[in-house]
Design a protein around this ligand. Structure first.
Ligand SMILES: C[S@@+](CC[C@H](N)C(=O)[O-])C[C@H]1O[C@@H](n2cnc3c(N)ncnc32)[C@H](O)[C@@H]1O
Length: 242
């Protein structure tokens, strides 16, 4: 899989109405291409204004299929199709206790909050202090004040609120961090990019009483996971991913 071509920064000129039209069009495309299937994920994508989670100099590109830079070291907001790509096989739904590793812009976190609803719980972890603060402000400005945000190494998970029904890892690792598998409820699912033989596969884990099964969904390209469960790629400038 090749890298992405990021459009040049520019001053935002689009209106709220233009963004709303682009959002509707994006959702129609994602349904047509088979990424978006469930009603709750569709409703969330129609509701959350993605443009409000992007730095002003890239805001006009909010609905393009490219990852866009965020404040922080190698942080990006993933391209729009990534969210149903992860959340559909994850089966994210109403009432779930959801742990996200890699808060980024906070956009995927806001979508998750809408999807799990008031009887669910959303916790998101971010390692980079600049990225964390950017996302925290975005979420507050968008009215999401009931999400638990943790600054720290998401590879270690957040045992205090475990077990989780669903876990989503948005940075690429050499192996799924064992603490995250430990914090997944029996019957739960985890999804994330795993580096295998020089490529990244999006892997879905399902935990039952008997086993933890692995299924490869597709090839992806994500920024590397940092800290305890990093692959080493984060040290060498690699990982021009989403
Ligand atoms: C692709 S971005 C996440 C995009 C995000 N889902 C969004 O909607 O904007 C991956 C994020 O993972 C973060 N990250 C990398 N290693 C991490 C770690 N060990 N713990 C927590 N966050 C980490 C990066 O700083 C980056 O912000």
């Amino acid at each position: 899989m090749t890298g992405w071509i990021i459009p040049p920064p520019k001053k935002s000129t689009k209106t709220r109405q233009q963004f709303a039209i682009e959002r509707g069009e994006k959702v129609r495309q994602l349904i047509k291409k088979g990424y978006l299937k469930s009603e709750r994920i569709k409703e969330a994508m129609l509701k959350v204004p993605r443009e409000d989670f992007i730095p002003d100099s890239y805001r006009d590109y909010a609905y393009l299929e490219v990852p866009l830079p965020l404040p922080g070291k190698k942080a990006t907001i993933s391209c729009p199709h990534s969210y149903p790509l992860f959340y559909e096989p994850l089966g994210l739904g109403q009432g779930h206790r959801f742990l996200e590793i890699g808060l980024g812009s906070g956009y995927g976190t806001a979508l998750a909050r809408e999807i799990v609803g008031l009887d669910g719980l959303v916790i998101s972890m971010e390692i980079d202090p600049l990225t964390f603060e950017f996302a925290r402000r975005n979420l507050i400005n968008a009215g999401y004040t009931d999400i638990i945000l943790i600054r720290g190494d998401g590879g270690l998970g957040y045992p205090r609120s475990a077990p989780y029904d669903r876990i989503c890892l948005t940075a690429a690792c050499a192996e799924i961090p064992p603490p995250l598998i430990g914090q997944l409820r029996t019957g739960g699912r985890l999804i994330g990019p795993v580096i295998e033989g020089g490529i990244q596969n999006l892997v879905l884990l399902k935990k039952t009483e008997e086993e933890v099964s692995h299924e490869i969904i597709c090839e992806v390209l994500y920024v590397p996971l940092r800290e305890n469960y990093g692959s080493g790629a984060e040290e060498d400038g690699g990982g021009a991913g989403t």
